[in-house]
Design a protein around this ligand. Structure first.
Ligand SMILES: *Cc1c(COP(=O)(O)O)cnc(C)c1O
Length: 243
């Protein structure tokens, strides 16, 4: 099992390097984030022992369950799941340094209020629904600029870029359109030069589509299955509020 994970990470690094080369990008520009939902802490440890440092959960409960075990191993926690406002207090207990899934003002505002109380700050990415699928979270593309402008006024939230989930199991060109749209929105926001807003990060690309995402400018790819194997629960459990 150790070798399975180690070998998979090697293969993913190779895919990232190859995609960077093919697009005249420096592999150092693309961070690998391990999507660890449903993966037991013992297996995450194996990945961290290979030198990986960046991991992310989708649910606060899983973050909590694995926290004690992983505490002693150097790593950085991001959060990539749908965040309910009633979980904000909890998420701040587990050393999350960046939340990729900020997609509405009320969530941002409540997070800001809580951070103020605790005298903390948080890096955030704005999640955009670039696939126009109803089951996906994320702000509607046409609302993102407004949203960024509003969130930029919350002093505790440090906007670092945008995140999206590309269309799943579709034509490569349809997937590419999602990533191109995210890049386009990023460029529009950069042109506005909003104070205290960085658009450095584009979190896009997963096990099946990371090459396309890198070609379109990803700076963070989020990889789960291709490293840890198939998950027992369908992703709709994580991505669809109605389930
Ligand atoms: C699970 C998940 C991933 C990783 O997906 P894989 O296809 O397993 O690589 C990436 N991003 C988000 C938001 C996820 O929930």
């Amino acid at each position: 099992m150790d070798e399975f994970i180690t070998e998979n990470i090697r293969i993913i690094q190779e895919r990232i390097d190859k995609a960077c080369k093919a697009n005249q990008r420096n592999p150092g520009e693309v961070k690998l984030l391990l999507a660890t939902k449903t993966v037991p802490a013992e297996r995450i440890e194996i990945a961290l022992r290979t030198g990986q440092t960046l991991i992310a959960e989708n649910k606060v409960q899983e973050l909590k369950d694995k926290f004690e075990y992983l505490k002693a191993i150097p790593h950085v926690n991001h959060f990539i799941g749908h965040l309910q406002t009633n979980k904000i207090k909890d998420i701040l207990k587990y050393n999350v340094s960046c939340i990729h899934s900020i997609d509405r003002v009320d969530l941002a505002e409540k997070l800001h209020q809580r951070l103020l109380k605790e005298n903390k700050t948080m890096e955030v990415l704005i999640q955009v629904n670039t696939s126009f699928e109803e089951s996906k979270y994320g702000a509607a593309p046409e609302k993102v600029i407004d949203l960024v402008q509003q969130i930029a006024t919350f002093s505790t939230l440090k906007i670092k870029g945008l995140m999206t989930i590309g269309l799943l199991s579709a034509e490569a060109e349809q997937v590419r359109a999602c990533f191109k749209l995210l890049k386009h929105i990023q460029q529009q926001i950069i042109a506005l030069a909003i104070p205290d807003v960085s658009m450095k990060e584009l979190s896009m690309g997963m096990s099946g589509d990371l090459e396309i995402a890198i070609a379109e400018g990803a700076t963070i790819v989020r990889v789960g299955t291709a490293i840890f194997g198939q998950r027992p629960t369908p992703d709709s459990y994580y991505w669809n509020e109605n389930l």
